[in-house]
Design a protein around this ligand. Structure first.
Ligand SMILES: [Zn+2]
Length: 227
């Protein structure tokens, strides 16, 4: 960070990288709540588009159900549109993006065009833990609450505490699909981390800990980046 930045602080674009199930979604929700930066989750935007059966949703649904990654062009279009909204003026946080080097390069252009600065974190969790976390996840299709059969079960098995709806396992959390998502991650997203390591610091976060302990470390790093 140069001397010029001390006078006009550039808006930050926070990236939370790491495999599916590493806790990026949980942590980014806490960061957004505590710091007020807009949180952009490509997963949530896509599920919303699928639920509303928009043209983009209709294209993405069969791909996601089979554990395939959604094409870059689709995601980049979704994000480019989203970041023009007023809540992103002072910065934003991306959860689940970029997942490919091609996406990272598109994002680099977007960040440069908007005069922003990147802050990159990489969440690290052993593969066996990811498999257990993801395949045990249950989801409420009505209010989108998330549970886990071992670590955060609903009070009544299979029923949402908040709205009483029947919980489901999202198709992309089924064990065979989870294995495919992890393979896609290894092949396509690990090179993204290398892409950013070449450009500047990437802060490694040990994600195999209690949610609060992980956040304490994230918060310390973010406070440093924002000051
Ligand atoms: Zn519910």
């Amino acid at each position: 960070m140069g001397a010029a930045d001390a006078q006009t602080k550039r808006p930050l674009c926070f990236l939370l990288l790491g495999p599916p199930g590493a806790g990026k979604g949980t942590q980014s929700a806490i960061i957004a709540r505590r710091t007020g930066v807009a949180r952009i989750s490509t997963g949530e935007m896509l599920r919303d588009a699928i639920a509303r059966k928009t043209p983009l949703g209709e294209q993405a649904a069969p791909l996601m159900d089979n554990g395939n990654l959604v094409p870059d062009s689709l995601l980049v279009a979704l994000i480019a549109e989203r970041v023009t909204e007023a809540d992103c003026t002072n910065g934003f946080l991306l959860d689940g993006f970029p997942r490919t080097v091609n996406q990272a390069e598109s994002l680099d252009r977007l960040v440069a065009d908007r005069g922003m600065e990147l802050v990159v974190m990489n969440f690290d969790v052993p593969r066996a833990v990811l498999l257990r976390r993801l395949s045990g996840r249950r989801w409420c299709p009505n209010c989108q609450a998330t549970y886990h059969v071992e670590t955060s079960p609903s009070k009544k098995p299979g029923i949402c505490d908040q709205c009483g709806s029947k919980l489901i396992q999202r198709p992309d959390d089924r064990e065979n699909v989870v294995a495919k998502r992890l393979e896609a991650y290894e092949a396509q997203t690990v090179p993204v981390i290398q892409h950013y390591e070449k450009r500047g610091p990437v802060h490694r976060v040990d994600g195999y800990r209690d949610v609060d302990d992980v956040f304490a470390e994230v918060e310390q790093y973010l406070t440093g980046a924002m000051s």
